[in-house]
Design a protein around this ligand. Sequence first.
Ligand code: BGC
Length: 756
Amino acid sequence: MENNINIDKKTDELIAELTLEEKIKLCSGASMWTTEEIKRLNIPAIVMSDGPHGLRYVVEINEFGATSNKKTTCFPTASALASSWNKDLLYRVGKTLAEEAKSLGVNIILGPGVNIKRSPLGGRNFEYFSEDPILTADLASSFVKGVQDQGVGTSLKHYVCNNQEYKRFSVNVKVAERVLREIYLLAFERVIKETAPWTVMAAYNRVNGSPATQSDYLLNQILRDEWGYQGLVISDWGAIHDRVAALKSGLDLEMPGPSRVNKDKIQRQLDKNELKEEILNKSVKQILKTVFKSSKEKITVDYDEHDKIAQSAAEESVVLLKNENDLLPVDFNNLNSITVIGEMAVNPRYQGNGSSKVTPYILSDGLSEIEKSIPPAVELYYASGYNNDQNLESQIDEALNKAAKSDYVIIFAGIPEKFESEGFDRKNIDLPESQNKLIKAVSEVNKNIIVVLNNGSAVNISAWIDKVPAVLEGWLPGQAGAKAIVNVIKGKVNPSGKLAETFPLSLAHNPSYLNFPGVNEEVNYAEGLYIGYRYYEKKKIEPQFPFGHGLSYTKFEYTNLSLDKEVWVEDEIEVKFELKNVGELAGKEIVQLYVSQNTPYYDRPRKELKKFKKVSLKSGESKELRFNLSYRDFAYFNPELKDWVVEEDEYKIIIASSSKDIRLNASIKINSKDIAHILNTDDPVLDWLADPLGKRVLTEVLSTEQIDYLENEENIYITERPLYRLDFLSDEMVNEQEIEKIILNYSMLRGDYYSN
Ligand code: BGC
């Protein structure tokens, strides 16, 4: 790897030497996974590989780019990793993946995916982190740092609004700018600013009419000019609509390649002078910079060690959803018999299908892990219970017979792969009826049931949740997932994951329900900002399990919140509180900090996650925790001013164990000079009175008597009308000259206010 100054000089020199043809050639891949090599000038090719939860080093190719891959470590997929809420873990996973990449000569890992889970039906939700942009961003940033610190690149994908599989190659996403900024772009923005990923992958879909691969607004204006991104923009595989328009918009590298048709198109436009060579040079420069940044160093890796990392990643990700009467953990040494039910106990569901599919180095399964964990004297029964989404009465009977004579029953259930994959969306969020029927029937013959779920996205388990005392969400936990799950069941590991997505009671409760996956060629993000918990809270809809929920075998107590009462937004804002493990066992708690604005001018969600921390505490131990808040933690994207704004207001700082389980809160007054809305004569007098500057001007221009008149609630029929009508409506109580003076003083005051 060379340093940046050398690379910069070298690329400029090479650009001067490259022929036009060579430059055009460099702008698309040489194959499915490599860039072009220019031997004459010693420009090597670089190699890319999926991502994100394992290295899919392809040996043979099919429609998803692979039929057989090298065996590598299969980590938990992103929805599992996100449930760990553990930034250090994400760094470690990234680092380990990068080591495997280096061992195979891979220079860029195609991930992480930071698309927001708009609907639980999204077919690729297993590959994405969360419904919340901050959680997504902070975990993805750690992952990117973990990879890139080893000299391997990442590709932050899929930029942007690729939130469904239905018509993903063509669908037009209609989304308001504020929603785009606060929900869908936010994770990209934070990761880019914090970690400078080597590449960003532009998505297949269109956004507000433009293909994401040729959106000047998204690529040139936001990504490059506003966020200062200096890396390489590549297309998702086959996502280029119009190659020349894409180049002009800042899409550097077309993947895969080679693309003779597009090369010809570029050449023709250059010949006609409709494409300037400088535009091509800019992209060539990005490609060369990435090539020379890439290391050729080869290392060897220890896949057994990596399996242990995959296991600890899965252990951090398991979410204990329910644990009535502390049924879990189970003391395997102190029982006579146990029954394991479910095809997934022997044929585990551990990763998603599609371009991210890894060939695991080794694979654990639930039944074998349980068998290894119990003393020889304990009777172990197994019944398949179902196959895929079907079962026979005889399979249920067998399960019931065995369950009835056992101390405990562990049922492995989940979503079969055929219902959850890249390439299509899910049709519903239910478990197959065969599994629901089985679980209900077993619950009639044995009360000590533990259900383990393996699925990549939220599921509806309301059919039996009241009949089952203990439920573990194991997600798609990777190759070592079964070891992790069994360690949690037997108490070797205290569960510490929390949900990174809401589990609704019904699919119809989901905010995108009326607009997913859209009609004809368009999907309208009509629910606006109200994604996930932001919606369920505002609408007062009870979810099955809220965002941020997850139980532990121990208990935590939150005390002593300390926070300033009033500050300026530029000030350092520190939040302190104490967390104590008041239970018997060591454990980890994920503390969550949400911010809620009291009276926003533009509507806002009731609260938004801003910070989180995973804290490990021994029994009886306590720690003082601190969070620092700054401007963006209070800001929203103001649709009128098209900028981030912090309104002067009271804000509530909420410290919580889940989005519903609020432990501490306190208010802080934030002083700010930002203006949320520029008042004009069409605004009702009431709005002038409510606005701090508006009120100041009214008070300057009008007498106390006039102000009293306007503030008198009996005159609401006047004050709810626009300012320009005030002379007429108030019967000249306020006259036309005074209204003109109000307008003039307001614009002068605003000018002064801004310049100070
Ligand atoms: C997927 C990308 C993936 C690429 C290469 C595309 O179909 O959307 O996520 O990186 O293929 O396999």
